[in-house]
Design a protein around this ligand. Sequence first.
Ligand code: MRU
Length: 365
Amino acid sequence: MEIKAKDRAACSVHLSDDEKDIVIIDQRALPNEEVYLRIRDHKEMYRAIATLAVRGAPAIGIFAGYCVYVLSVHFDTDDPGKLCAYLKEQGDYLIFARPTAVNLGWAIKRMLAAADRADGTDVNRLRARLKDEAVAIHDEDIAMCRRIAEYGLSLIRPGDGILTHCNAGPLATSRYGTALGPILLGKERGIDLKVYADETRPLLQGARLTSYELLRAGVDVTLICDNMASLVMRNGWVQACFVGCDRIAANGDFANKIGTCGVAILAKHYGIPFYTLGPVSTIDMDCPTGEEIAIELRDGDEIRKMWYEKPMAPAGVACYNPAFDVTDHELVTAIVTDRGIVYPPFDKGLKELFENGKDQDRSFF
Ligand code: MRU
């Protein structure tokens, strides 16, 4: 699949034309304003990830790749060894911006490994090597999302109702997204689906981002509060649930936005297939089960007062604000990856996916 510079430039994260900054659409400002930020400083990079200006596991991975490259551009040295040491230090700092999504650490490690391989050549070649690696991470994501969209589309029929949670669309990835990929690809092909988007408390990624992306694409989308999913399912309006993932453990347990597990439990109750969709880069074979996934805890003010004109909870009330939960693999119908659809038993299927390498299933291009 040939990916052109204009395809990358249309993504929520990309390199500026002069290659000195990373350009991101500020997801905190959506849907009211489309604000673009140019980022080059390491503290700004950390803040962009931690405050969710850039968010969604794959988008964080793409951003992290460009972070390492941009940092290399601005570090003034002729010594490749010094540059590698500096990038390692910065990588160790950035990796802590958010703990749950595997893609952050995965992309940083991949960039540092590329730097190590190029150490010994001159700094300009080293930087060029890093740019190639960052662009490769980005291009691979565009291609992976497209494949996921194809596989996901094969699971549903025209007219189906799809329930989704949080935002796993183009903003969170590259062109098609993961969970929204089949819906957007279906739209392009004249296959109409009806989407129910959970608003996704407390940061409202479903209300602010999913409904924004789907409306713009002309998809029939209805926004619901998180606590309405059960009713919508009971009414028979949902034929499948599509959600993204931040880290898939080797046994098929996976972390995703808080509330995902509740959707999976409801889907099981009503006999509705529940799918998580994500690129192979989201699978962490070093993580045996969901028990080992670190869950990010965020500021209670996101619950108490964010989005409200006045606080809607008494000052000082204790809040518990985990950003993610883990869905047990027993609740999952299938994991839709860019290399194919994995059905239970997931430990066996995911292992085979890694051992067999690329696209053993079928190629779409
Ligand atoms: O806290 P967020 O908004 O980064 O959480 C995002 C999710 O949980 C997504 O579903 C996941 O990262 C997959 S995005 C393709």
